[in-house]
Structure formats: C-alpha cells, structure tokens
Design a protein around this ligand. Structure first.
Ligand SMILES: [Zn+2]
Length: 442
C-alpha cells in the first residue's frame, strides 16, 4: 500500500470544495500517490489531514518533515501572454497604443521557432519560480509559437493550456494571419497537443476587433466540434476599445454578445478583464458557464478600471485571478492577490458607474487564484486544491522568507492574518519549491 507514496508534514492550506472556505491544518500530513493511469500520469493527492491522526493508518511510512513551512495548492493563472514576457514594464498611454507600439512588433519575432523556444523556457521558469502550476496562456498568431511552448512545458509536468492567436484584421503585417489558414492551423494544433499529458488547447481569438466575422464564425464552429477544448479572449477592458467594438458591430447588444452570436460563450470559455459589463452581460456569463479572468495589475497599469467583485458574486458567474503579463506587472500571484484586494476596495470602475468598495477576505483572494480559478476552467477538484483525487500540484511556502514577513507572520493570531500578511508582503522569495503533479520543478 505504501509503494510510491510520498508524505509531507507541514502546515497545510486547502479549501472546502463546496463553500470555498479555507481549511488549515497547523500540523498536517499530505499524502500523494502515483496516478492510476500508469507511468507518466500525474501524481494525485491520497489524503490530507492532521498529522497525528492520519499517520496512524500508515505505520512505517517515511515522511518528509518541513517544519515552519506552509504547503498550499499550486496557483492557477487564468490569463497570461507568454510572448509578452519581454514586453512587461513597457510604458504606454493605454491599451491600443501599447498594443501598436510594443506588443505587435515583439510578437512578430515569434515566426522564428528558436526565438519562441527561448522565450518559452524563460516563461515557464518564471511560472514555476512564482508557484504557478496551471496556466491559460496566449501564444502569437504563429503556430510554431504554440509548438515551442508545448514542447517546453510537457517535460516539466505543468498543466498548461495555450492557443494560437487568431487575428486576421486590424493588426500589422508579421502578426496578422489569413482567415482560412488560421482555422486549419488551430485544428491541427488541437490534434497535436490537446490532451497530450497535462497539456490542453484553447481556441484564441485575440479580441473581436482583431477578427473578421468569418474568423469568429470559424472559431465558434471549431469550439462546437471540440467541446473539451478551451476558448480564451478579451472583453470590455477599456472604454476606447468598447467604443470601437460598437462601431464594428452596431447590431449587437454588447461587446460580450458579439462572442455569444458566434458560439464562443460556453463552459471552458475564459474572458479576460470583464470590467465594463452590464446586468445583461453578467447574466449571459452565468447562463453560458463562461468565466471572467480578472487581471488587476494589468487594469491598474493600463488605467483600464477596477473589476466589480461584489456584482460578480451577486450575479453568480465564475471568475478567478490572472496576471495578464505583459499588460500585467508581475508573474507573482501574491502581487495579483494584493492588487485584486485594492481593486475590490476601490469605488471607481474606470469611467463606468461607481461601484461598492468591498474588502475581500484573504481566504477568498487565495481561493480566486487556486480552487476558484480551477472552477472557472472547469477543472474543479482536479487542480487548485489539495483534496483526495486532485492532481498533486503544490507549493512549499516559507512565511519567514524576509525579515519583515518573519516578524509579521510570527504575530499572526489567525489564518486570515497569516494569509493576508503573505498576500501583502509575499513574492517569489516565499516560494521555496513548486511541485507539479508530484515532480519537484524548481
Ligand atoms: Zn491579455
């Protein structure tokens, strides 16, 4: 029974699968076992519980003791652009000038497979250094940018979902694709990579203004033929962009409705930003099962606005957190959670009507970047949590990683205080190791 079992003793954070409330074992035991699908299948969690109770069932088991450490689920990043790793921190007046001046010229370089491979390795190193074990990422419009990333991700054991960007208009030579070929390329990439190991494919229209009707139509048909494949795009990020969409699609009720008309709203469809929605849009997200990828560091950086967490929770649509590098300013889930807290507190939306300022609980912020994000992806119970049967993605955190953190966390009188100190003061120095499906990858 003990063959292949690994055991870790430390403080352990997980989440109640029903309510999403944080669960904490101050002296816990995490047991992982090889996956049932045989060699190469992801390791899975066998049990989590109080050390002294659980260990009685496993006499003689070798346990790795990690005193003063906190084991937590690996983070899930719902929206990131790996080709923009080198665009992070580029100054611009707003989204559209930023795309033209920095992003498109940089993405043009990914026609070169060796260039793409170099960025892919660096990008994956960054994810792992920051404790991210599942990510949904854009590639560029070049199919070879997808191949480069998937080849690099597979041996690392990460759960990576990615797709070739679809953009057949309103973007320059070098990144613009051809309608029919773009759809053929997407279908070939699905066949090559979707479901290979832990990899998944996402049909990836950049955003409605960058795609002709024929391309959106084709993307929707592809999504209908492959219901297990993800969809990723952007919606309602800033007001100039929304005005542009209204000019391009005058007959549609809203920006989000454009995607609905083309069959691109369904479960496993993730829309970045969702800042400027109305009640009809929120209902559409809930009813379709599509989800919002909330990108607060990017939204502050580009002056786009603040996501309304209160209305999202009331409307009951799925949402979770994302870095949106390179519009986002950090790969760190700690920075994203802090920024989400600040966006929640804000009473402005960025040009829309004022919103209620709310104080998101530390456990809720953490859930939105782990189990809640997994739920948005349709991977609830599989990643983002440490529950029996889940894939064994976890991180080992050192709450004493810096002098100030050590001083502050020593005084934490509750789980909320511990988690919030980590959110406010933490960064990659806190992440001592990252374990993806049971393989140490730091
Ligand atoms: Zn984005």
């Amino acid at each position: 029974m003990l063959a292949g079992m690994k055991a870790y003793r430390a403080a352990i954070l997980s989440f109640d699968p029903e309510s999403g409330s944080p669960r904490y074992e101050a002296d816990g035991l995490l047991l992982t076992v090889p996956g049932a699908a045989g060699p190469g299948s992801p390791r899975v969690v066998r049990a989590v519980g109080p050390f002294h109770e659980l260990i009685r069932d496993y006499p003689g088991l070798a346990v790795e003791h990690l005193p003063d450490r906190l084991i937590a689920p690996g983070f899930v990043d719902l929206h990131v652009h790996y080709p923009q790793t080198d665009v992070i921190g580029s100054p611009a007046e707003g989204l559209l000038p930023w795309l033209e001046r920095y992003t498109f010229p940089h993405e043009a370089r990914f026609h070169d497979p060796s260039y793409a491979a170099g960025v892919a390795e660096f990008f994956l190193d960054e994810l792992q250094r920051h404790g991210v074990t599942t990510a949904l990422t854009f590639c560029t419009s070049h199919p070879q940018s997808v191949d480069a990333l998937m080849r690099a991700a597979r041996p690392r054991g990460l759960r990576l979902i990615a797709g070739k960007c679809l953009q057949d208009r309103h973007c320059p030579d070098g990144v613009r694709d051809a309608t029919e070929q773009s759809l053929l390329d997407s279908e070939a990439l699905i066949a090559r990579w979707h479901g290979v190991g832990r990899l998944g494919y996402a049909i990836t229209p950049r955003f409605a203004p960058s795609c002709t009707d024929a391309q959106l139509q084709g993307a929707g048909e592809l999504a209908a033929r492959h219901p297990g494949v993800w969809i990723q795009s952007h919606v309602a990020e800033n007001l100039d962009e929304i005005r542009w969409v209204r000019e391009l699609y005058p007959a549609d009720r809203s920006y989000l409705s454009v995607y609905q008309r083309f069959g691109l709203l369904r479960e496993r469809a993730l829309y970045a930003h969702c800042l400027h929605l109305d009640a009809g849009d929120r209902a559409l997200l809930r009813e379709s099962g599509a989800a919002a990828a909330v990108c607060p560091t990017s939204n502050f950086f580009l002056g786009s606005g603040c996501f309304d967490f209160d209305l999202a929770a009331r409307a009951g649509f799925r949402h979770g957190l994302a870095s949106d590098v390179g519009g986002g300013t950090s790969f760190s889930p700690f920075k994203t959670m802090l920024s989400a807290y600040e966006a929640g507190r804000a009473s402005f939306t960025g040009g829309g009507p004022a919103k209620a300022g709310v104080s998101l609980a530390p456990g809720r912020l953490w859930w939105l970047h782990t189990a809640g994000a997994a739920r948005a992806l349709g991977l609830e119970g599989l990643v983002g949590n440490l529950v029996p049967g889940a894939e064994a993605d976890f991180i080992v955190l050192d709450p004493q990683a810096t002098p100030l953190l050590a001083r502050r966390t020593r005084q934490a009188a509750s789980l909320d205080e511990l988690l919030f100190a980590l959110i406010v003061l933490g960064d990659e120095r806190v992440v001592e190791s990252t374990v993806a499906a049971g393989s140490v990858v730091d």
